[in-house]
Design a protein around this ligand. Structure first.
Ligand code: 5GP
Length: 220
């Protein structure tokens, strides 16, 4: 049903599942966090992980840090919408917050790898919009991983090595952005979100709106 508030028409629509993937260090997390700060209509899916917490990370904000045993329990009870092993640790998306957000028509952002993106595409294709972020060069990716300075050299090397396998999945995404300038990359993501929210097939309130609109057309 449409509502008119101070001359602005708001038309009910289904929530978006915005999936962002990239190799580690390409800027995906910065883009995701900035989007969360600026766009209050979008919520972030907080994953569970068996990875150790980095010093800058906060439990419940960046991840829910859980044991391997707890992860297995969640997986076995079907509480994860998707899950994957990435760089030797387990990661998964809790199902319930996503189902609640979608049923309320709210948008959600997922910072997940290509394996998770594939699983969400298979399960919820109509709601998923996927973006792949590429670094401008591998040298830049490497220096970003070093600048972050939160992982050991060994972890950085594993991530660099694994970036090739991640990058090879770029074709499976709806949009691809090369992050050679963070502001420009962020603008591109915002444009995608803006356009996707306007898609006709997502705006189920449009039918009633148009029905009402045409009744106002004067007859000859
Ligand atoms: P990091 O350890 O750097 O936080 O994340 C490593 C990788 O795991 C990133 O590519 C990130 O997007 C991915 N990841 C984080 N959470 C999830 C999740 O719930 N599911 C999947 N499939 N990947 C995730």
């Amino acid at each position: 049903m449409s509502t008119i508030t101070s001359q602005r028409v708001s038309i009910a629509r289904r929530g978006l599942m915005l999936v962002i993937s990239s190799p580690s260090g390409a800027g995906k997390s910065t883009i995701a966090r900035t989007l969360m700060d600026i766009d209050k209509q979008i919520g972030m899916s907080v994953s569970v992980t068996t990875r150790a917490r980095r010093p800058s990370e906060i439990e419940g904000v960046h991840y829910h840090f859980i044991s391997q045993r707890e992860f297995e329990r969640l997986r076995a009870s079907d509480a994860l919408l998707e899950w994957a092993e990435v760089h030797g640790n387990f990661y998964g998306t809790p199902r319930e917050p996503v189902e609640v957000a979608m049923s309320e028509g709210r948008d959600m952002l997922f910072d997940i790898d290509w394996q998770g993106a594939q699983q969400l595409q298979e399960k919820m294709a109509a709601d998923v919009v996927s973006i792949f972020i590429l670094p401008p060069t591998m040298t830049e990716l490497q220096s970003r991983l070093h600048r972050r300075a939160e992982d050991s050299e060994e972890v950085i090397q594993t991530r660099l090595h694994n970036s090739r396998a991640e990058i090879e999945h770029w074709r499976e995404y709806d949009y691809v952005i090369v992050n050679d300038d963070l502001n420009a990359a962020f603008d591109a993501v915002q444009s995608i979100v803006k356009a996707e929210r306007l898609r006709r097939d997502r705006r189920h309130g449009m039918f009633d709106f148009v029905q009402e609109l045409v009744t106002e057309v004067p007859s000859l």
